[in-house]
Design a protein around this ligand. Sequence first.
Ligand SMILES: [Zn+2]
Length: 487
Amino acid sequence: MPKRKQVSTPAEESDLSPPPDGLLDVAHTDSEDGRPAKKRGRGKKAKSKIKTETQQAVSQEQALDKEGNAAGKKSKKTRQSKAEKEAKLVEMPLAQRTVGHKLYIGAHVSAAGGVHQSVLNSVHIGANAFALFLKSQRKWANPPLQDDHCDTFQKRCENLKYDQAQHIVPHGSYLVNLAHTDKSRTEQAYESFLDDLKRCEKLGIGLYNFHPGNDQCGDRPKSIAHLASNINKAHHETNSVVVLLENMAAGGNVLGSTFEDLRDIIALTHDKDRVGVCLDTCHAFAAGYDLRTPEAFKQTLNHFEDTVGFKYLRAMHLNDSKAPFASNRDLHANIGTGFLGLRGFHNLVNEPRLAGLPLVLETPIEVRDESGELVKDEKGKAKEDKGIWAREIKMLEGMVGMDVESEEFLEMDQRLAKQGEPERNRLEEQVTRKARERAEKAEKAERNPKKGGERGNARAAKVLEGSGLSEAENNRSESNMEEGSDR
Ligand SMILES: [Zn+2]
């Protein structure tokens, strides 16, 4: 590589990964509009070590950008405005990063325009850890990682003090089902998985999180063994990256919704140093692991320790749940607004065994009014605000050591619970209705075994076919992330 770092090279110049229209500025929308001037002022005033180093890093990048521009194809004006936008993300963050906190909290940020942009997007929301997609989550074929994006990513992590080995946890593709025993399907899944792991290693990233997939052959132990064999194979073809199994919300043929599943997959993985778990709070809660009271939280964690072991826990996804406890529905809610509730997160941030782990928000960033209704923009589209993540990070950090009887906590708890009430009611009604429908169907099938049996099979087949993907599609927060993925 030439010495010149193409740190601010606009993504649209790339022949390898031309992002579709409208995606390029996804990362910048918040800094362009909708941010209260007050917040910006506060951000500007704050002085921290990170801030100073950040400014240096960005001015270096800007200088390089101007140099690069002379030889570049784009007009100077375009280049500068791009560099200015990037500088703004860092110099005028929605919240300053907390330095020296025992918790590393962040969010799944956009990598639109290239993986290197995720670092700036993370600084912008005051995050000390983050997740990203390394390629498009909706298609199998993807252009390779660009060398310049890779160099810029590394440089930015170094300058902005993100430890790639510990605190950046890319999220795998929803398309990939490593447990699929069909030859061509498993090959396709494996290639995509391996490609992601290689991208991690090129970027210096140490952890990689993915969904364990689902059993498509009707033989759960066989699917688990197949999944583990794919992990083993991928370990042989890579050097260092640790793969993290994410626990899942859905039951049925979905793998990973119990701690026992995670244990069984790990048991068959040969290199135990390169396998771990990423616990998602929403998924756990929806799968029937309670986290709400301090007692329930402790019990769930102890169950995890006894079944899987804490040494395997390497990351967490922090999401509240729009769907009720043990509903098996994967619907992420903003912290404190769901059925899990703020107290569950108070338990979490005060749990000493979780200190030091990357804790990644995958919460929705659609703006809601006081009564919980979506706020639309002039075009009728749901308004988004990355400041939601910035505020959730600060709120979670602030709950360490907070008295749950204090006025501050009670006020927060009540306000957020009220905000989430309409969505909770909607989902509760839906879940109850579906359970009733299922019970009625089962009752009918019992009365008329032949007909009902056929219907039952057809339904089971449908669930089997759609699982995994339908979950992602149903999940607003995950689809938000897809919009920001690197494509
Ligand atoms: Zn998750």
